[in-house]
Design a protein around this ligand. Structure first.
Ligand SMILES: *[C@@H]1O[C@H](CO)[C@@H](O)[C@H](O)[C@H]1NC(C)=O
Ligand SMILES: [Zn+2]
Length: 503
């Protein structure tokens, strides 16, 4: 067979193990054709020499916000996907977001298809954000969207005035998704606890950005996470709790997993690397702390970070996503919305941080590829699980994305060999459309040297972005897999026959 591409001299890492040194990857028609030794090349074969570096599956970032109406200064598809590939991510799952007044999801989807078509450097799919889950949508639209459009997951919010659902609405969605085999993602924070604290802070004129971290107290995440798990347990439906920042909340997930409930957890780079100190801003400009306003907020204590790192290593977290949801700092309609007549008002600052580009390098830097075994925070296979294999499986892209094996799309990251890829994160090296990075000045031990999507080199660090904007394809996804526990459990305390009395 005439191979289109051979990647040689690398060390391939997949979810289960680090493969023996020197295996080559052969690519034909955008897919992995074979993995072997001394693969045949012809004059038509492109050869990429990894020079001894690690090769990991192209990143799957399953939590990316692009071109949403509620973030007018955020990234659109062009900038977001460009930023993704420069950081080793070849697939993003972004959101098609329903507004309260949208009675049907079809026009919403059409709108997001229009915003993304021929605008993406990487492959992409959509989750639906539901803010108005009518019976019509749950009964008649979701099945069609899953079947025809390959949208097999929804995201719900328990907080934010414009998005929040009550527990009954969450239950209705969970029951509908369970029937369809869809996955539910949930933003778990107690809206009422937070609203009460914000009121008190504003009354006492404590309105600088830092008070965002006071308002969105950890207990609000802990309570809502436990509530979300209980709702999923009642409905016997799989769930993923997004962007978890609290060790106690994560323990609730762990307990549920131990009871074999299908509960999954996600965390994000900012919760592993940054603390609420950042929201205090610079000493001469406290408002600059707005650059670090996201929800849940950055937590106070280094101990919070340790608990999350442990859950990264020990398997409690299923996915590691960017939650790229940026707003420009110095722009009207961006973070400056939080300056009202010159007075800082934390509750008016748009939430969210950029991070799609820095996600993979930040985590890779904590593996044994870059750290001594004692200092490494997670293994290389665990890195692959969290950044690629698990999100691909959870969201119905398995067999196509998230691994390096014959038949899979030829999506890889080739890292720099040894310690030659170290650099410092700064706004000036990034490819998003934002005017800052929350990780400014952080030392990185390695950065993707090449990003390869379906057999094409699309990022080459020496030459920059070499892919084309039209190259990214829309992905119709299949049904997701349950990666922790199983469905078919009876809620705690129930007898065998209790469900049938009412269901
Ligand atoms: C993983 O670490 C977290 C955080 O320390 C802890 O709550 C959880 O019980 C641990 N799980 C296992 C299986 O050790
Ligand atoms: Zn989000």
């Amino acid at each position: 067979m005439d191979l289109d591409l051979v990647v040689k001299n690398g060390v391939i890492v997949i979810a289960s193990e680090v493969l023996p040194h020197g295996l080559q990857i052969g690519v034909k028609d955008g897919k992995v054709a074979c993995i072997g030794i001394n693969l045949p090349t012809s004059t038509n074969t492109q050869v990429v020499d990894a020079e001894g570096a690690y090769i990991t599956p192209g990143g799957v970032d399953s939590h990316v916000h692009l071109a949403q109406k509620n973030s007018p200064t955020g990234d659109g598809w062009e900038a977001g996907s460009r930023s993704a590939i420069a950081g080793g991510t070849t697939t993003i799952i972004a959101f098609a977001s329903q507004e309260r007044e949208d009675a049907s999801l079809y026009p919403v989807l059409e709108d997001y298809h229009a915003k993304s078509k021929d605008q993406s450097y990487c492959d992409y799919g959509f989750h639906f954000i539901l803010t108005n889950p009518t019976d019509e949508i749950l009964r008649n639209e979701l099945p069609v969207l899953a079947e025809k459009e390959g949208i097999t997951s929804v995201k719900l919010y328990m907080t934010y005035e414009a998005m929040k659902l009550n527990d009954r609405q969450v239950l209705n969605i969970l029951f509908a998704c369970k029937t369809l085999g869809m996955t539910t993602m949930i933003h778990a924070e107690s809206h009422d606890m937070i609203a009460l604290i914000i009121e008190g802070l504003e009354k006492n004129k404590n309105t600088e950005p830092y008070f965002h971290a006071v308002a969105r107290a950890r207990i609000a995440e802990d309570e809502a996470s436990y509530r979300a798990i209980s709702l999923a347990e009642l409905a016997d439906a799989p769930m993923l709790i997004v962007h978890m920042s609290s060790e106690i909340a994560v323990q609730h997930v762990r307990d549920a997993q131990t009871r074999l409930l299908p509960i999954h957890a996600e965390t994000c780079p900012h919760y592993l690397f940054l603390l609420s100190e950042k929201i205090k801003g610079e000493s001469h400009d406290h408002f600059s702390g707005a650059k670090h306003v996201c929800s849940p907020p950055l937590r106070h204590d280094p101990k919070d970070l340790d608990g999350l790192w442990q859950s990264i290593a020990n398997g409690t977290f299923t996915t590691f996503s960017s939650d790229h949801a940026p707003s420009k700092y110095d722009a009207p309609g961006g973070k400056r919305l939080g300056l009202v007549d010159g007075i800082p008002r934390f509750s008016k600052i748009p939430n969210g941080l950029p991070g799609v580009e820095t996600r993979m390098p930040l985590l890779f830097s904590q593996t044994p590829a870059c750290q001594s075994p004692e200092k490494a925070r997670l293994s290389l296979p665990r890195f692959v699980q969290l950044t690629a294999t698990n999100p691909a499986k959870l969201y119905g892209l398995d067999g196509k994305k998230g691994s390096i094996a014959p038949g899979y799309d030829a999506d890889f990251v080739v890292w720099h060999p040894g310690s030659t890829g170290a650099c410092t994160i700064s706004q000036s090296i990034l490819h998003h459309d934002m005017d800052y990075t929350p990780f400014e000045g952080m030392q990185i031990e390695n950065w993707p040297r090449y990003t390869i999507l379906r057999g094409q080199v699309i990022w080459d660090q020496s030459n920059g972005i070499v892919g084309k904007m039209q190259y990214g394809r829309y992905l119709k996804r299949g049904m997701g897999q349950v990666l922790h526990g199983k469905t078919g459990n009876l809620p705690q305390g129930w007898r065998e026959d209790e469900r049938r009395y009412w269901l």
